[in-house]
Design a protein around this ligand. Structure first.
Ligand SMILES: Cc1ncc(COP(=O)(O)O)c(C=O)c1O
Length: 393
């Protein structure tokens, strides 16, 4: 699976952090909800509406079960970006603090960083940056001190979209709870890959993105723990308890729910197979490219993540040569198309040549061993070619 034929050559997809292909079993349900089982979940006057509402409630149950929440705590959105905006802007709008302070990790996704920066620019909030080390690990003592000093919201992702680090969310949630601080956890890269438990881990808001775990793009959710108040950012028909107006995206929601159901059943087994493939690729690359550096926390990272640098070999040179054969990336998928050095690697204070040589490889459930072996050969021979060229000049 997913094979895209480009000029009769098979392109290998290794960018699962950017997006995943939709699981065909999920796509089947999505299609049915668009054709035969369609309806507006708010149409209370006929059976089409009733069935759509029942499908939404079933999807909420599947998601709730996967992340240890109650179905009543789920708000469906267009994706994690919207969920994050709702949690952050909604918290600040509901806050009684004169200048609310938001503590964030510097390696958060742009959706968190830019939402906070926009609020800061409008003088609606002050940002407090947490500290990370050269492996992107959070300084938990500093986090606890920051919470003790008092903040209105704490934002820490469950797993990083570039280096793949898995953060100790249970510990962080306990700290937030001890200091009575609402805690937004961006679960985009983690949900469906590692266990998450909203009820037991002290998470107040959990952002979820469907297309990171084999559901379609453009659907996500925000889990809002009971008892917490948010102001809406979208107004209209008062859907979803007035927190997110707009006709529910039935096909997307059905897909999200079905993907959650499969993740619940297959996550452990899939992730261990994915880790074995990642380790195989890492071992082959380390053998073929002696200068290879692995970035991030190798003791606590996502099974499908391999973040490497080859100092002295610019990542752009590699990408330019492999793009017809291999889909890997320099960092997070960027909507503006502007090339900027990764803020994650900058926050980790890595040397310039390590940042310039950084490549993110994302392995998923449809990656085959044959693709892994081919990818290792393609990367190694490309690095050799570039090294030779650089040595000649
Ligand atoms: C960690 C993280 N947060 C948030 C997002 C945004 O998710 P969405 O594409 O659903 O808006 C992404 C997607 O790249 C992500 O990786």
């Amino acid at each position: 699976m997913p094979e895209l034929m480009i000029k009769e050559q098979t392109l290998i997809y290794l960018d699962y952090h950017a997006t995943t292909p939709t699981d065909p079993r999920v796509a089947e349900k999505v299609l049915a909800s668009m054709t035969s089982q369609f309806g507006n979940a708010s149409s209370t006057d006929h059976v089409f509406g009733d069935k759509a509402a029942a499908a939404v409630s079933q999807a909420a149950q599947h998601l709730a079960q996967l992340v240890g929440a109650s179905p009543k705590e789920i708000i469906f959105t267009s994706g994690a970006t919207e969920s994050i905006n709702l949690a952050i802007q909604g918290t600040i709008a509901a806050s009684h603090d004169s200048l609310p302070r938001i503590a964030i990790s510097p390696v958060e996704h742009q959706a968190v960083l830019d939402t906070c920066k926009a609020l800061e620019k409008r003088r609606r909030a002050e940002i407090i940056y947490l500290r990370v080390d050269s492996q992107g690990r959070l300084d938990l003592n500093h986090l606890e001190q920051t919470c003790r000093d008092g903040v209105s919201l704490l934002c820490v992702m469950a797993a990083n979209n570039e280096i793949g680090n898995i953060y100790p969310i249970e510990k962080i949630g306990r700290i937030a709870q001890n200091h009575n601080i609402p805690f937004l956890c961006d679960g985009s890269q983690a949900v469906g890959k590692i266990p998450i438990n909203v009820a037991e881990w002290g998470i107040t808001y959990l952002a979820v993105s469907g297309h990171k775990f084999y559901a379609p793009q453009g659907v996500g959710a925000l889990v809002v723990k009971r008892g917490y108040t948010l102001e809406p950012i979208l107004f209209g028909g008062g859907h979803q308890k007035g927190l997110r107006s707009g006709t529910l995206n039935l096909p997307g929601i059905v897909g999200l729910g079905e993907a959650c159901r499969w993740r619940q059943l297959e996550m452990v087994q899939d992730e261990s197979a994915i880790a074995a493939k990642r380790d195989r690729l890492q071992a082959q690359l380390a053998e073929k490219i002696p200068e290879l550096i692995i970035n991030g926390d190798i003791n606590s990272r996502l099974a499908g993540n391999l973040h490497i640098s080859i100092p002295g070999i610019p990542n752009s040179a590699i990408i330019a040569r492999v793009r017809g054969k291999l889909a890997i990336s320099r960092g997070s998928a960027c909507s503006s198309g502007v090339e900027a050095p990764s803020h994650v690697l900058r926050a980790m204070n890595l040397p310039e040549d390590v940042i310039e040589g950084a490549l993110r490889i994302g392995i998923g459930k449809f990656t085959t061993e044959a693709e892994i072996d081919q990818a290792a050969d393609i990367l190694a021979s490309t690095v050799k070619d570039i090294s030779r060229l650089l040595a000649e000049n």
